[in-house]
Design a protein around this ligand. Structure first.
Ligand SMILES: *Cc1c(COP(=O)(O)O)cnc(C)c1O
Length: 751
């Protein structure tokens, strides 16, 4: 592959300039605009600003600058590799998330987000998508701060005892956050950088003198795991502008005064030490050194410029930024702890470990509740399953053996269809359905944007075109209304997914397909056994696919799948295709594959099929219990009438505080899932389809809000209620503990 192909395929651009856009042109945005207009190795392609007055000012200041007003349009642009987000703090998470999903590298001003759960999600997303995510903790790039670190490392102040910072001025008072959230992130990030560590506890007091609803002055003590203590004083109410950092150690003191015009860094080598013998230390006899005052010169350089250069380097090299998502998360975790301490009257409170993906409110956890528990199901059937496996092993008919044929007959009867063809996965079942029905290059297949990627992979594998469509906001399934306007004269098939086990409206989709002469193929991989209008799913389409992936409602002990159909020719074609295109050994009628269901798996599935209806009933009972227990909370629950026919493969709630909620539950030993965090049209694999963020608003909004709670037939009622109890505790706690930042955020992003 040549260099261009390489950089395209990795997303890392080693040769050409990186194309940058700046989002938000307030104070910092304007500075970034100035810097990226002339920074070597980059090109400023556009700036995005919602405010018309600011746009006019920019246009006058920088004639010819490409100024966008619409964020979705900006993020859809292919000529932008990376964005700098310099908007108000409360929009950082939403915009950064959208930018990552649009495939852009992101530099976001501090704080990374107003909630540590949101910070973690951004870090995870960037990791999953292979993109650079960096936080604008600009002071880390200040040469004065860098010099402090060098001094500390070289032992200039001896052993560090403590450090403190003061950051005060009359305002500027922010509307979106408190003085703590505005000013303290600088000092927390500087301390973390100097100490190469993160605080383990904080204790904070403060006051609201200028405005009643948020602290404008605060005193924060922090402790690091090695015993170092630190103090930060921030104020919007002090007429003297001070920006000072001081380190005090056994051999002296080093200070950085950012408001000084000369001698910004000062070192005084006059320490206090105990005499070497322990007894004099106990007696309090100390030695005072004397030393000169020195003014070492920091390097030159504008911090914002150095930070911008570091961003470009990290993108090019795929390197982890000095101010990584994890560093940004650590700062937000500390701010959250400060908020809790302020509200608890200065109480010393622990700070969560940024490296551990759990809640800061951790308490002794009772038994872990997993999202699914395959072990519990096996234990309930161990004898039967092991008997079935032993029988296969005894017969030795591993390939297309007796149990495969019997299971196919039993599963076809269960679904009320004429044929079932066992294959090696659900993905294969979809693929062979499409092939057996003659779908190929040039054909369009309509499929939801909100599904697991395996619904779509077989379509592109065949050279056909997936036409993604948005979904119904209540069920997240296709409906006649969502499908109809996407039908063209190249449409050959509609592929609805019975998402989370809830049947798509098959009667209206069937009649729509019949009216337009379209094939209907069901992705029933999550809905084994669901009924609709007196018929099982799988019996409505021209073909349907089920998966026996272990965690599905009917799961194998490995991969497996099955295609069902009432069409004799489709069944016959699929039987050939799964078995090298052959019916009689060594005679090959079509170009086939090796995609058979194992006899061992079929033997296991025959045992489990007998329990499926009972298990589905249990899932429905637990879902009803969740619905009842969670009803008082500000959560969107599965709509009772819209899910009346669901077999609840997943129980999915929606919350605007999804990430915080997920962290909270994780901290209490409760596993949850997100199905799915990245919609199909925003997957890196499908950039070639040419979709952009904003194309499917219902799907995209859901991706940020959905959370799957533990649900499996063996889940007991008490565990289910414990999950509900912890969700309730989260909301109570959120109301009580979280500060203005979180409240402002919910208000702002509310709809
Ligand atoms: C599980 C699943 C598939 C794929 O099944 P595999 O057996 O894993 O190949 C396809 N579509 C949906 C909606 C699924 O949930």
């Amino acid at each position: 592959m040549n260099a261009t192909q390489y950089t395209q395929s990795t997303g890392r651009n080693a040769i050409t300039n990186l194309k940058i856009a700046v989002i938000g042109c307030g104070y910092w945005g304007v500075h970034y605009t100035r810097i990226f207009r002339s920074l070597e190795g980059s090109e400023l392609r556009a700036v995005c600003e919602a405010n018309a007055t600011r746009r006019n000012e920019l246009a006058q200041r920088y004639p010819g600058l490409d100024i966008e007003s619409d964020l979705n349009r900006l993020l859809a642009r292919e000529d932008v590799d990376a964005v700098v987000i310099a908007t108000e703090a409360r929009s950082h998470h939403a915009i950064a998330r959208q930018a990552l999903l649009a495939g852009k590298h992101v530099l976001v001003e501090k704080p990374l987000a107003l909630d540590s759960g949101d910070c973690r999600e951004l870090g995870r997303l960037a990791g999953q998508l292979g993109l650079t995510l960096m936080v604008g903790h600009t002071f880390i790039f200040n040469p004065g701060v860098k010099l402090l670190r060098t001094l500390l490392e070289s032992g200039s102040v001896g052993k560090l005892h403590y450090l403190y910072a003061q950051r005060s001025n009359l305002g500027p008072i922010r509307n979106d956050v408190s003085a703590v959230w505005d000013l303290a992130p600088h000092d927390i990030s500087i301390f973390n950088y100097l100490l190469d560590s993160t605080p383990s506890w904080v204790s904070a007091t403060g006051g609201s003198f200028l405005r009643a609803d948020r602290e404008d002055v605060a005193f924060v003590a922090m402790g690091y795991p090695d015993g170092t203590v630190a103090h930060i004083h921030v104020s919007w109410a002090d007429p003297e502008k001070t920006r000072k950092i001081v380190l005090v150690g056994s051999e002296g003191r080093a200070a950085f005064n950012d408001t000084a015009t000369t001698n910004t860094v000062e070192v005084v080598r006059t320490g206090v030490t105990a005499r070497p013998d322990e007894s004099s230390r106990q007696n309090g006899s100390l030695t005072f050194g004397t030393g000169a005052v020195e003014y070492p010169e920091p390097d030159k350089g504008e911090p914002l410029l150095l930070q911008s250069m570091h961003f470009l380097d990290c993108i090019r090299e795929g390197a982890r930024p000095l101010t990584s998502a994890e560093a940004g998360t650590a700062v937000v975790l500390t701010l959250e702890a400060i908020g809790r301490s302020l509200r608890a009257g200065g109480e010393k409170v622990p700070v969560a470990d940024p490296g551990v993906d759990i809640s800061i409110h951790q308490e002794p956890v009772s038994a872990h509740i997993p999202l699914v528990d395959l072990g519990a199901q096996h234990r309930s059937l161990a004898n039967e399953i092991e008997g079935a496996m032993a029988a296969v092993i005894k017969r030795g008919d591993y390939i297309l053996g007796e149990d495969v044929q019997l299971f196919e007959e039993e599963f076809a009867a269960y679904c009320g269809v004429r044929h079932a063809v066992g294959v090696d996965s659900g993905t294969s079942a979809i693929d062979l359905s499409l092939r057996a029905l003659g779908i190929g290059p040039g054909d369009e297949v309509i499929v939801p944007a909100n599904t697991f990627i395996a619904s779509v992979l077989p379509i592109t594998e065949l050279g056909a075109t997936p036409v993604l469509v948005d979904v119904d906001p209540t069920t997240l399934n296709l409906t006649r209304a969502t499908v109809e306007r996407h039908i063209t004269d190249r449409t050959r098939a509609v592929l609805p997914v019975h998402l989370y086990g809830n049947p798509a409206p098959m009667l209206e989709l069937r009649s729509l397909c019949d009216r337009h002469g379209l094939l209907l193929i069901e992705d029933a991989c999550q809905a084994h056994g669901a009924w609709l209008a007196g018929q099982r799913v799988g019996s409505f389409g021209d073909a349907a696919a089920f998966s026996f992936y272990p965690a599905k409602n009917l799961g194998a002990y490995g991969d497996g799948g099955i295609l069902v159909t009432n069409n004799d020719e489709v069944a016959q074609a699929a039987r050939l295709l799964r078995n090298y295109g052959s019916k009689v050994k060594y005679e090959h009628l079509s170009i086939g594959f090796n995609r058979r269901l194992d006899t061992l798996q079929a033997g296991i599935l025959r045992v489990k099929l007998r329990h499926l209806d009972k298990w589905n009933d249990r899932r429905r009972t637990l879902a009803a219990l969740y619905n009842q227990a969670l009803a008082p909370l500000p959560l969107e629950l599965p709509d009772e009438s819209a899910t009346a026919n669901s077999v609840f493969h997943l129980y999915v709630v929606r919350s605007r505080q999804r990430n915080a909620l997920q962290d909270w539950l994780a901290g209490r030993g409760i596993s949850t899932g997100i199905h799915y965090p990245i919609p199909i049209h925003l997957q890196p694999a499908y950039r070639t389809l040419g979709y952009a963020p904003g194309d499917f608003p219902v799907t995209e909004k859901a991706a940020g809000e959905i959370l799957s709670l533990p649900l499996y037939p063996e889940l007991d009622r008490d565990s289910c209620l414990r999950v509900a109890h912890e969700l309730t505790a989260f909301h109570n706690n959120r109301m009580r503990e979280y500060g203005h930042a979180a409240a402002a955020k919910s208000a702002d992003l509310g709809d």
